[in-house]
Design a protein around this ligand. Structure first.
Ligand SMILES: [Zn+2]
Length: 219
């Protein structure tokens, strides 16, 4: 597995020009796979102006099953996690692991629910990604993707670099053919009685391109 991806199994206290990933090497836990940096962020499906931290990089658990999604999708939803926010990558990774554990162990999902999560460090974290259906927006999961800002944005906005990251991710999704060119953007509360994605963030995204004041219909 490590070799197939051009990596090297070695003790993880040794320098690695890329980053270490777990569970790819035999032996004890400190013997890990050093993957070269080019496989770190810009795997196919992403764009050079969006920093996407892959599942391997944040140490995601494996999904118990995967539901495919047919693309391009017509809708994109914005959420907030309403939980702890994070300003540093290590903090964001801890938060992500907590969210994934909660979604799998407490809610019974196959995986973390969101397609992507956005940290206040300006990074996009890969959740279910572009290739599988999420569990984020009831009745719309099979024809939309969703990004969730980590934190509670009722009374304040995410930092600018996080807002920029979300918009760049959506544009990238369109450019790569995962999202329709004439997609509609919504906040979670547009389709459900919820405070998500928070008053401040919701008011803000209503000025984004493709925000649609007409709620989506269900077929
Ligand atoms: Zn939501």
């Amino acid at each position: 597995m490590c070799h197939n991806r051009n990596g090297t199994c070695q003790e993880d206290n040794l320098p690695c020009s890329g980053h270490y990933v777990n569970n790819h090497c035999s032996g004890h836990a400190s013997r890990r796979c050093c993957l070269p940096s080019e496989s770190h962020v810009q795997d196919s499906g992403y764009c050079s102006n969006v920093k996407v931290i892959s599942r391997d990089s944040w140490g995601a658990r494996r999904p118990s099953s995967i539901l495919p999604i047919s693309t391009p999708v017509p809708l994109f939803f914005i959420h907030h996690t309403a939980g702890h926010t994070c300003f540093e990558t290590n903090q964001c990774i801890q938060a992500l692991k907590g969210i994934q554990n909660y979604h799998i162990d407490s809610r019974g999902y196959n995986d973390i629910g969101y397609s992507f999560l956005i940290g206040q460090d300006g990074n996009v974290y890969e959740g279910r990604g572009w290739n599988s259906q999420g569990a984020h927006t009831k009745n719309h999961n099979d024809h939309s993707f969703a990004a969730s800002f980590m934190g509670n944005f009722m009374s304040h906005l995410p930092v600018q670099k996080a807002l920029d990251a979300a918009q760049a991710l959506i544009e990238c999704g369109v450019a790569k053919g995962y999202i329709e060119g004439d997609y509609s953007l919504y906040g979670h509360r547009d389709v459900k009685a919820t405070s998500c994605p928070g008053d401040s963030l919701y008011n803000h995204i209503r000025a984004w391109p493709h925000y649609n004041t007409v709620p989506p219909t269900l077929e």
